[in-house]
Design a protein around this ligand. Structure first.
Ligand code: FES
Ligand code: FES
Length: 174
């Protein structure tokens, strides 16, 4: 697993293998659905809730493209069972703009041209905002270390780090 993401909530008790009702709280909305207990949070978001902003890169915990927040802490949704998130608040890239305004980190990514293909970008932004909340962006070395779980095949790292520094220095990390 990438080093900077939190561990996901644990599943308790024996579940499945059949589909079961589960209620997910995502971006402030409640979604009652039925899932097999083996379904990852990533697949639940993309395939059951049509929230396709969260990307599947490796599906094995090494790229960070699937980063979301559970109770405000960044997790790898490909390694998180959807059912373990019942009773917790899930936040995805679709939920961070407010009242039609981009989140300052989204705007900084645009302003700094911090993407090329854009595939890693939702995960990068979710990690970047969390990074500031965690207080792990004090130095350039901190930023590099604590964003190291989010891989960018287009090598946009200098621009990503510039965007993070701008939001950090504006003291508006959200
Ligand atoms: S898709 Fe989850 S870490 Fe790569
Ligand atoms: S912008 Fe293409 S992988 Fe990061």
């Amino acid at each position: 697993m990438a080093i900077n993401q939190s561990t996901a909530p644990a599943v308790t008790g024996v579940r499945g293998p059949e589909r079961e009702p589960v209620t997910l709280d995502v971006n402030g909305s409640t979604f009652p659905i039925e899932l097999e207990p083996r379904v990852s949070l990533l697949d639940a978001l993309r395939e059951h809730l049509d929230l396709t902003g969260t990307k599947k890169g490796c599906d094995q915990g090494t790229c960070g493209a699937c980063t979301v927040w559970v109770d405000g802490r960044r997790v790898l949704s490909c390694l998180t069972l959807a059912m373990s998130c019942e009773g917790h608040q899930v936040s995805t890239i679709e939920g961070i703009a407010q009242d039609g305004e981009l989140h300052p980190m989204q705007q900084a990514f645009v302003d700094h041209d911090a993407f090329q293909c854009g595939y890693c970008t939702p995960g990068q932004i979710m990690s970047a905002i969390a990074l500031l909340r965690e207080g792990n962006a004090t130095t350039d070395a901190d930023i590099a270390e604590h964003m190291s779980g989010n891989i960018c095949r287009c090598q946009a790292y200098p621009n990503i780090h510039a965007a993070i520094r701008e939001v950090r220095d504006a003291d508006d990390g959200g």
